[in-house]
Design a protein around this ligand. Structure first.
Ligand SMILES: Cc1cc2nc3c(=O)[nH]c(=O)nc-3n(C[C@H](O)[C@H](O)[C@H](O)COP(=O)(O)OP(=O)(O)OC[C@H]3O[C@@H](n4cnc5c(N)ncnc54)[C@H](O)[C@@H]3O)c2cc1C
Ligand SMILES: *[C@@H]1O[C@H](CO)[C@@H](O)[C@H](O)[C@H]1NC(C)=O
Ligand SMILES: *[C@@H]1O[C@H](CO)[C@@H](O)[C@H](O)[C@H]1NC(C)=O
Ligand SMILES: *[C@@H]1O[C@H](CO)[C@@H](O)[C@H](O)[C@H]1NC(C)=O
Ligand SMILES: *[C@@H]1O[C@H](CO)[C@@H](O)[C@H](O)[C@H]1NC(C)=O
Length: 585
């Protein structure tokens, strides 16, 4: 199997080398045992009239895609595009998650657009499509999404679902075809007493697909009485898109479980273009799968209803160990090890911790204690501080308390940027891994920070989070081992489009390998992962995979939706340059 796959690849690259007429490319693909999506220029591509008809059916919401910083260039595809003011706005906005999030298609991690058409001060440089789609529907109604899905299906066009563009692995952008943008679905409705399917009678909120975590936290805080939701650490991540469908961890996840565990009902546009509900009464299999089974796999979610919880008094501590405190690597690593050794203890107290490790610097902001005041939090942290002292590790720290989670969140959690090329990996660690092999995990961290001579500089973004601590047992698609996790770390390397392939090899063969070996009882997280993760089906979903695969085969047998390393995509891959999505027969 592997060999014929490889041969097809070789044949395909030779075929493109002798530049076969694009119109007939599908015939050559078929001879090579591939069925590819239809791309612009091929005979199968819809006519101008058909695109016009699609535009009419979506109330004029169809756009020809333009790269984010197109106005910094004199021309794009032969059309004059330069505009100094717009270029200045795009240049400033390029590193802002809010600005990029509002673009119909652009990715927060530009690597996955192939670094195309970056902001520049040289307007005569060339701006190309890169890995962006041709058209985007900026949907404002469910029937716009349904029309887009049906059009893509009928014409065999690559379909990409895009909410905020946050996906670290670029799954919300792709070369060619049609993007459906869900970012305009901004309706939110809170209820004090949920009356829908499933028997739950507490408070809840229905959240439109375009709502971002920070918006939801704010609205929840404005309710009377104030409530909270399980959302991400990052304010601009979309709530109902990739985040909840992949599982969703965050500051309140130790206390209540994953975001997906809180879901009561989804509204979904299916691969058939039908608008359906998925909950405890209707389409139960879809309901199960949407809660953690991965993004862009079972349908386009237009809204989700989740449980809300009462606000809680909250305390947070900041901890730093860096060159201000020590320049001795041995002392520094003693400190990091002492800190991470507390993961199980922190989770056993309902906590969430967010930290960043760069060479010689550990920045923890915050160690968050829900349902705690400063005194209580400092008591829980005492073993850590005692250990640092005993080991002679200097550090600085400060602690604050707040009446609510929201006030703590706004004060202590730090905003993040966009616009840097990153290649990620990640692993959640089982509590037994921490207990048995914390020093081995430290070795893996060191590898992640400096994996190879070509990529001497990486970072670790860590979370101490234990979604099994306070969660009622929910039967959903979230990897069962998440319930035993107490620590989840993301790693990043910083390549460019030019050395991307070399970086991927290092990421998988050096960094991912090191983390997998150091925490063998854990797993990986589809939303924050290495696309080269070996055994990804099992690493992302464990024993849930077979049931998820059956559900995918029922709801999207033809592969209308696609995102790399998601359920049921084993026979699909991208080929050639630019990369076309094809299925092996
Ligand atoms: C800075 C940063 C911080 C993060 N913090 C956290 C965190 O605290 N906790 C956590 O769990 N994760 C976190 N993530 C990861 C986050 O969960 C994923 O990036 C997630 O995929 C984002 O979803 P989105 O819809 O906002 O993004 P997008 O990039 O728009 O979409 C992500 C994926 O979901 C699909 N998708 C989008 N909308 C829909 C929809 N309506 N229906 C079906 N599929 C859809 C897309 O096709 C794509 O495959 C973070 C990511 C970043 C970049
Ligand atoms: C779709 O229609 C709207 C409104 O008429 C128009 O502004 C837009 O340019 C059209 N899109 C395309 C791709 O032609
Ligand atoms: C993507 O980037 C690579 C490396 O810079 C380049 O060789 C290739 O032509 C680019 N492809 C597209 C479609 O932009
Ligand atoms: C080290 O930590 C202190 C806080 O104690 C901070 O003010 C300083 O900027 C940090 N230095 C570096 C190099 O990160
Ligand atoms: C501990 O981690 C190291 C890697 O740093 C690994 O080689 C070893 O197998 C791990 N041991 C256990 C018991 O998991």
């Amino acid at each position: 199997m592997a060999w014929s796959w490889l041969c097809a690849l070789l044949v395909l690259s030779q075929v493109s080398a002798i530049s076969l007429p694009i119109q007939n490319r599908q015939d050559a693909d078929a001879r090579n045992g591939l069925k590819c999506k239809c791309y612009e220029g091929e005979r199968c591509w819809p006519s101008v009239g058909e695109w016009k008809a699609l535009n009419a059916s979506v109330d004029g919401q169809l756009q020809r895609v333009l790269p984010l910083a197109v106005s910094c260039y004199n021309t794009f595809e032969g059309v004059a595009t330069y505009n100094a003011d717009k270029c200045a706005a795009a240049t400033a906005g390029f590193s802002s998650q809010a600005y990029v999030g509002n673009d119909p298609v652009y990715a927060m991690n530009p690597l996955y657009t192939n670094d195309t058409c970056l902001p520049t001060t040289n307007p005569s440089a060339s701006c190309t499509q890169g890995y962006l789609s041709d058209y985007a529907i900026v949907a404002t109604k469910e029937r716009h999404i349904a029309a887009g899905v049906k059009f893509a299906r009928k014409n065999n066009i690559r379909l990409t679902i895009r909410n905020t563009g946050h996906d670290f692995m670029g799954r919300s952008s792709a070369y060619g075809g049609l993007t459906i943008n869900t970012h305009r679905f901004k309706d939110v409705a809170f209820t004090a007493k949920y009356k829908g399917p499933g028997g739950y009678k507490g408070s809840a909120v229905t959240v439109g697909a375009g709502i971002q975590v920070g918006e939801l936290y704010k609205l929840a805080f404005e309710q009377s009485p104030k409530v909270t939701v399980v959302g991400g650490e990052c304010a601009t991540v979309g709530f109902a898109g990739g985040y909840i469908q992949g599982g969703g961890h965050g500051p309140l996840a130790t206390l209540h479980g994953m975001a997906a565990d809180q879901a009561l009902s989804f509204n979904v546009v299916t691969a058939e273009g039908d608008i359906v509900k998925a909950n405890a009464d209707e389409n139960k299999d879809l309901f199960w799968a949407l809660r953690g089974g991965g993004p862009a796999t079972f349908g386009v979610v237009t809204s989700v209803t989740v449980k809300t919880f009462p606000e809680v008094p909250s305390a947070g501590t900041i901890l730093d160990i860096n060159s201000t405190h020590t320049t001795d690597p041995a002392v520094f690593w003693k400190g990091v090890e002492a800190f991470h050794a507390q993961a199980n203890h922190f989770v056993d107290n309902g906590m969430f911790v967010y930290y960043v490790i760069l060479s010689g610097s550990l920045h923890v902001q915050p160690l968050y204690g829900p349902n705690m005041n400063s005194e209580k939090l400092l008591k829980v942290l005492k073993p850590l501080f005692d250990d640092l002292k005993a080991k002679g590790v200097p550090y600085s720290t400060s602690t604050k308390e707040f009446p609510t989670f929201y006030e703590l969140y706004m004060d202590i959690f730090e905003p993040e940027g966009a616009g840097s090329d990153q290649l990620t990996g990640g692993r959640f660690m089982h509590r037994d891994d921490i207990a048995a092999n914390n020093s081995g995990i430290m070795e893996a961290y060191k590898t992640a920070l400096s994996p190879s001579p070509e990529f001497p500089f990486g970072i670790v973004v860590g979370h101490i989070v234990g979604p099994g601590y306070g969660a009622p047992s929910v039967d959903d698609a979230v990897h069962p081992l998440w319930r035993k996790a107490t620590s989840f770390s993301i790693t990043s390397l910083f390549p460019t489009a030019a050395n991307w392939k070399a970086a991927k090899k290092v990421q998988t063969e050096v960094v991912t390998k090191a983390l997998d070996e150091a925490a063998p009882k854990g797993g990986a997280y589809v939303n924050e992962c290495d696309l080269g993760q070996p055994d990804w089906q099992n690493q992302f979903w464990g024993s849930n995979y077979p049931r998820l695969l059956k559900t995918r085969q029922k709801w999207d047998p033809e592969g209308i939706f696609y995102a790399e390393t998601t359920v049921g995509t084993e026979k699909w891959a991208e080929f050639g340059e630019p990369p076309r999505l094809c299925k092996k027969n």
